[in-house]
Design a protein around this ligand. Structure first.
Ligand code: FES
Length: 114
């Protein structure tokens, strides 16, 4: 797969209901497996800039462990307060068990926070 895609993990390393945290150029991302569907999102809660990697996968959502907001892994939209803004999502491809993500720009309208 060509740039801007970056190889981040093998599918067998991410069982359903789990995720891994990956760093690309020192920026953290979450690559999650929600019942066989893979997603890539920024590792940052939009509420208070807290790592979502401290949280957990809940169906097709990721839950922030600090105040409990859940975000849709596909759209990045917050589904519960207190978060009001979406998290950034990224394009992801799977090829022969290799997961690739495109970190060059969010796939949704969210802007990654520094
Ligand atoms: S920091 Fe995530 S919900 Fe508050």
């Amino acid at each position: 797969m060509d740039a801007p895609y970056v190889a981040v993990a093998r599918t067998e390393a991410i069982p359903p209901g789990t995720f891994v945290k990956v760093l690309i150029e020192n920026r953290p991302y979450i690559v999650a497996n929600a019942d066989g569907h893979y997603y890539a999102v920024e590792d940052n809660c939009s509420h208070e800039d807290y790592p979502l990697s401290f949280g957990c996968i809940d169906g097709d959502r990721i839950k922030c462990s600090l105040h409990g907001s859940r975000f849709d892994l596909g759209s990045g939209e917050p589904l519960e307060e207190p978060a009001e803004d979406p998290i950034a999502t990224y394009r992801l491809e799977v090829e022969d068990g290799q997961i690739w993500i495109d970190p060059s720009s969010p796939a949704n309208r969210a802007r990654p926070r520094d």
